[in-house]
Ligand binder design. Structure first.
Ligand SMILES: C[S@@+](CC[C@H](N)C(=O)[O-])C[C@H]1O[C@@H](n2cnc3c(N)ncnc32)[C@H](O)[C@@H]1O
Length: 468
């Protein structure tokens, strides 16, 4: 395979990596392939995870490319279609692209959709020459009038951020934005998107590091490194596969029924992280509607403050709807791989993969394997917000039957979620509080938790409704 050969030369493959590549490049029958999954060391310790367009943009809780790569290689043929219905920054799509598989990525976060698209769109040298010329004559600073600056500062979701987004920084960001708009007006849409990802990545660095004076240089450096990676990628990908990126809801996929050969995805964790908060500043500068995304985000935790278990039923409902959609679009006998970590609510352990496996069985999936893997905590992709999570599971489901229910069947969703919540409450009662790393909730908290779960069970029909 050209890509593997390239990978060896590009990144200097170590012995363990060599063995892994040999394993995933062989052909097996289905039963053998399932067994191969147990031979893989899923921790992928010391593997290179940041290469080619994977380096474009930080993204919280992204998975390492080796997870989708393994399933793509083992369970699909070239030109087949791989879907990630919550594709984040497009890790699955990039691996499909590098391995000549068609792919569909879907995410409600418009920034995620933009990054995914740019990471899988090759741009030719002539276009880059035009772009670099344009950036060469870009004004580094726009002399803006006070009103425009004040408008920007007043629009910041948190006024404290005006320390980072001060007058100088705003004037520099506006200069970049105006140049990119000219690029778009001159008909270079792919370059416009490419530049917006570089701008967003620059804003990310500002927010993370809190120092913005050198914005324009930071941006130009980012553009250069992204161009280099895309050029390397162009040399590797010869037959360009099809990529479709949709900015939409995983609970209502705009994807044809029975059309997909493999799903590899990692949903948000319950109570872990609000993506809209993380990306607010990027979206603000890119003119994206983060409020719409906030309303439809799965797993967000800024509501149901008094009873956190209501978040769990809402989350299970959203995930069940998404899984019904995954079943609908997947071809029969094909695999749906869901990567998810444990999380916690009121000191109770939430093992999402177990909920997903049980719910999957109700809608035509058969659980095949649930693989445990350690997360390397030193890696960037484990965000501080989900610091409680240091392990995750790769749940492998096979579609054995077409689902007979629709994702908007509220009665069915409520019934399954109720069953799951009752089972969860009984489990907590039985073991006197589920433990997180050996620490159990106190007796008082346990009793309170049981009451709260009972209350959450009552409010399920309301809580699982999709908020419009
Ligand atoms: C754990 S991240 C996925 C990361 C991805 N595997 C990667 O490597 O970049 C979960 C994603 O789910 C997305 N999401 C949340 N609610 C969604 C919804 N209703 N529909 C589609 N995507 C949603 C978030 O925007 C986020 O990108």
């Amino acid at each position: 395979m050209l890509y593997d050969a390239q990978q060896k030369t590009l990144f200097g493959i170590r012995n363990s990596q060599q063995g892994y590549l040999e394993l995933i490049n062989k052909k097996y029958n289905f039963q053998e392939t399932i067994k191969i999954l147990d031979k893989i060391d899923w921790d992928f310790k010391d593997f290179t995870t940041q290469y080619l367009t994977h380096t474009f943009h930080s993204y919280p809780a992204r998975f390492i490319p080796q997870i989708p790569l393994t399933f793509i290689k083992l369970f699909t043929e070239e030109k087949e279609t791989v879907l990630d219905p919550m594709c984040g920054c497009g890790t699955t799509l990039v691996e499909a692209f590098l391995n000549n598989r068609n792919s569909i990525g879907n995410d409600f976060n418009p920034l995620a959709a933009l990054i995914s698209k740019v990471k899988t769109t090759l741009i030719d040298e002539g276009e880059f020459r035009y772009f670099n010329k344009k950036l060469g004559i870009m004004k580094r600073y726009l002399d803006l009038d006070y009103r425009r600056i004040d408008e920007r500062i007043n629009n910041l979701p948190n006024r404290k951020m005006s320390k980072i987004f001060n007058r100088v920084v705003i004037s520099k960001l506006e200069a970049i934005r105006e140049t990119l708009l000219e690029v778009k007006e001159e008909g270079h849409k792919d370059l416009f998107d490419f530049g917006r990802v570089a701008l967003s990545s620059t804003i990310w660095s500002l927010v993370e590091n809190g120092n913005g004076i050198d914005v324009d240089n930071l941006f130009l450096k980012k553009v250069k490194s992204m161009q280099n990676e895309l050029k390397k990628m162009s040399k590797i990908v010869k037959n360009i596969p099809e990529v479709e990126v949709i900015c939409g809801d995983a609970r209502k996929l705009e994807v044809e029924t029975n059309s997909v050969d493999l799903i590899v995805t990692s949903p948000p964790y319950v109570n872990a992280l609000d993506y809209y908060r993380v990306h607010m500043y990027n979206m603000l500068w890119l003119g994206m509607d983060f409020d719409l995304f906030r309303k439809h985000e799965i797993g967000g935790h800024s509501h149901f403050i008094i009873n956190r278990f209501r978040l769990l039923s809402e989350y299970l409902g959203d995930m069940l709807r998404s899984m019904i959609e995954m079943n609908r679009v997947l071809k029969k006998d094909k695999l749906c791989v869901i990567v998810v970590g444990n999380s916690s609510l009121e000191y109770e352990l939430i093992e999402s993969h177990k909920f997903f496996a049980e719910m999957g069985e109700k809608i035509g999936f058969k659980p095949i394997n649930s693989i445990f893997r350690n997360i390397d905590k030193t890696r960037k992709y484990t965000s501080a917000d989900i610091g409680k999570i240091d392990d995750e599971y790769i749940l492998v489901l096979q579609k054995t039957d077409d689902t007979t229910v629709s994702a908007d069947d509220d009665n069915f969703i409520a019934e399954v979620v109720r069953e799951q919540m009752i089972r969860f409450r009984e489990q907590i009662k039985k073991v006197q509080g589920t433990s997180i790393r050996g620490r159990k909730p106190t007796k008082e908290r346990l009793l309170k938790n049981i009451d709260k779960i009972s209350e959450a069970i009552q409010t399920i029909p309301e809580d699982i409704k999709i908020k419009r």
